[in-house]
Design a protein around this ligand. Sequence first.
Ligand code: IMP
Ligand code: MG
Length: 181
Amino acid sequence: MINDDLDRILIDRGAIAERVRALAGEVAATYADQPGGLTLVPVLSGSIIFLADLIRELPLRMKVALVHVSTYPGSATTPQTQRVVLELSGDVKDRNVLIVDDILDSGKTLRRVQAMVRERGARSVRSIVLLRKPSKAPADVPVEFVGFDVEDLFVVGYGLDYDDLYRNYPHVGVLKPGLIR
Ligand code: IMP
Ligand code: MG
């Protein structure tokens, strides 16, 4: 069972749920005066659980356009060369875009997606992340909404993976030391 591979829970599912509801409130207030609503751009695959929980707390008119950028292929735990696996699956021209990602680490992924969305003519671009490693997050990658600041550790669960595993772990946790190659 996957629980056997986890060393400890960093943020439990109850705390995540509570924070996601509060974030949804902030987002809803930000876009309340936009009759056309917004387009969410989730960065696959890490943002899937966060996206699913967040949008069900958001009573706004919204569209979803997917993007898939791979920065940590396979069992890498440090950023590698980026690969755009899927370009934006929907049109964002003149739309208010909210990019959704699981974690802001080096910022390489968000920098790339923010540029992509701007190039496609979005009217406004904001970003939301569940987690941020403040010791590494660069100043030139603005993120308007942040769930939790975490230490510079490799974390898994609630969508975040190691070697594509553990996305279904319901909490955010840290793997047992021996498991990371
Ligand atoms: P960045 O481009 O370095 O900011 O990293 C962002 C992407 O790398 C995220 O979307 C995650 O998918 C992945 N990532 C970064 N840190 C972690 C981590 O601690 N655990 C799992 N995935 C991570
Ligand atoms: Mg990711």
